[in-house]
Design a protein. Sequence first.
Length: 286
Amino acid sequence: MSKKRLSGRRALVTGASSGIGAEIAKVLAAEGAGLILVARRRERLEALADQIRAAHGVEVLVEVQDLAEPDAAARLFERTEGEGQAVDVLINNAGFGAFEHFVAIPWERHAAMMQLNMVALTQLSWLYARAMRARKRGNIMNIASIGAYSPSPDFAVYAATKAYVRNFSEALDYELKGSGVRAIVINPGGTHSEFAQVSDQKLKKMGEMAMMDASTCARIAVTKMLRGRRTVVTGFMNAVSMWLLRFLPRAWLPRVTSLVMASAVEKASAVKGGTTEQAAPGQPSA
Ligand SMILES: NC(=O)c1ccc[n+]([C@@H]2O[C@H](COP(=O)([O-])OP(=O)(O)OC[C@H]3O[C@@H](n4cnc5c(N)ncnc54)[C@H](OP(=O)(O)O)[C@@H]3O)[C@@H](O)[C@H]2O)c1
């Protein structure tokens, strides 16, 4: 990388203990940004922090927070901006899904998912956007999904949370016009991470073939953010598929999505003979 485009900036990455968030943190550090890494698993965050400090020589702080707790976003803001740690780049990446019939998923899991994927993301955007706007600079990156583009049976709440993130983020970027602050929404397709395991999905051969590396997804996300894009679908085939979806009658979308999902994934618990009703709400898988 020739010129470090984020030297002197500080980025906060939620969900940095694995997958896409960990890879985004590395790309941001390679661009010269100092980091605040946020998730629940401290050891994972500390190990990543050591690795990034050694590789890129930037300052890396670790903040352990369960963002599914209703007061966590405000606490995180206090622990950062409240203590003089200005955040120039906010990456709202933490999120999880639950792959099962809506009624079979325990309510606590739905509630934790909506709190994390939507409420915490929105509150963090609100808190940091105000601080960024006052400084007349900043970037907010919200991670949605290609699930945002269609109602998804067996992923009903998850896909709906991502549709919310997509719509919210695009409107936010429009509102921020001229303020020096930008928002971008990244819509990844299947990406290698712990997501499938946490969501109770087992990939089939077709699903495996369509997967992207988290590092590739992260590179695309940061590059597009620095280019000033508002909304991005990662990967050419994903982008073409999401574009084509707009030509289908809306009434067809649940069936089409269900068929596509069935070709790519199955329920891991069904394969093992268990049930997701036993899963704890949004618990880390490792
Ligand atoms: N992988 C895919 O195929 C895919 C596709 C489309 C969109 N996405 C989206 O991409 C984002 C990143 O997911 P990923 O694929 O990288 O999955 P992942 O490997 O499971 O990472 C999820 C991250 O979120 C953190 N997290 C989960 N619950 C949390 C909580 N209550 N409080 C704080 N942090 C929490 C996890 O850390 P701890 O467990 O340590 O808290 C972890 O760092 C998610 O928003 C996901 O919806 C993923």
